[in-house]
Design a protein around this ligand. Structure first.
Ligand SMILES: Nc1ncnc2c1ncn2[C@@H]1O[C@H](COP(=O)(O)OP(=O)(O)OP(=O)(O)O)[C@@H](O)[C@H]1O
Ligand SMILES: [Mg+2]
Length: 246
């Protein structure tokens, strides 16, 4: 079967900054790939490259289309890193989740029963039903993350890109989100998940990619989480410090 996510030699520059250097990645349908790396290693840039949001050399294919085409067709659900969201935007949680349905609506964006049902289910699955009418800016950091995950779920897209869904999330919410992501995998979605929580990776991910502008390691979690590989990337031994927070 052809890959759900395929990147070949992606190179991205922001002016003088080389953010990605010949990065290649393949994720088969229905798999969870962990994206690891220190701050500034290019994780968010790789997500933007997959979405066709930054100019990149090399090729990107999402379900056989370019990233931009796949995004416009609504095939990619994206949970951005919290820092990249304008939280002052006056919308309710329910509205944020409904945005996941926009691609299926006409230009007037009038929700149908199926859209409202999908939003209701996504709120339920992320345990946000009780907070649905709150302003998004009036949620805690972990609840906001869940609202964006709910938006991606409501979109029912085949490919899900999650940029640090565990950052600033407590242990219980982390377990909830992990189980949710594993359920989504079970339903056939393909997931790329960036995280600084290396302890999560063997449980959550089928494979992993360690980024440091270029690909430092890729393979099974065991292959990528080898002590000498982590020493090279993080400069710390994993037994000295199991988790790195952003
Ligand atoms: N808009 C931009 N303009 C200039 N440089 C940028 C821009 N966005 C990112 N960079 C630089 O590109 C590099 C990669 O950044 P990126 O945000 O992709 O890293 P990251 O792995 O997501 O980091 P973090 O773990 O902190 O989220 C960094 O050196 C960063 O400073
Ligand atoms: Mg980032």
């Amino acid at each position: 079967m052809s890959a759900a996510i395929e990147v070949e030699g992606a190179t991205v520059r922001y002016g003088d900054v080389l953010a990605l250097d010949e990065v290649s990645l393949t994720v088969a349908p229905g798999r969870v790939c962990g994206l690891l790396g220190t701050n500034g290693s290019g994780k968010s840039t790789l997500f933007k490259t997959l979405l066709g949001l930054v100019p990149a050399d090399g090729t990107v294919r999402i379900l056989g289309r370019t990233g931009a085409a796949a995004r416009k067709e609504g095939l990619i659900g994206y949970v951005p890193q919290s820092e990249q969201v304008d939280w002052a935007f006056p919308v309710r949680v329910r509205d944020v989740v409904m945005m996941g349905r926009y691609g299926r609506m006409g230009p007037r964006r009038r929700p149908r029963a199926a859209d409202r049902e999908a939003v209701g289910r996504a709120l339920e699955r992320t345990r946000l039903t009780d907070l649905a009418d709150r302003q998004i800016g009036a949620l805690s950091g972990g609840q906001r993350k869940r609202a964006f995950i709910a938006r991606a779920i409501a979109q029912e897209s085949a490919v899900l890109l999650l940029d640090e869904p565990f950052a600033g999330v407590d242990k219980r919410s982390e377990a909830t989100v992990t189980e949710l992501l594993l359920q989504l995998r079970g339903e056939g979605h393909t997931l790329l998940v960036s995280t600084h929580d290396l302890a999560q990776v063997p449980h959550l991910c089928d494979e992993a990619l360690l980024l440091q502008r270029r690909v430092l390691a890729r393979g099974t979690p065991e292959q990528v989480l080898r002590p000498q590989v982590l020493m090279e990337a993080f400069g710390v031994h994993p037994e000295e410090e199991a988790t790195w927070t952003s």
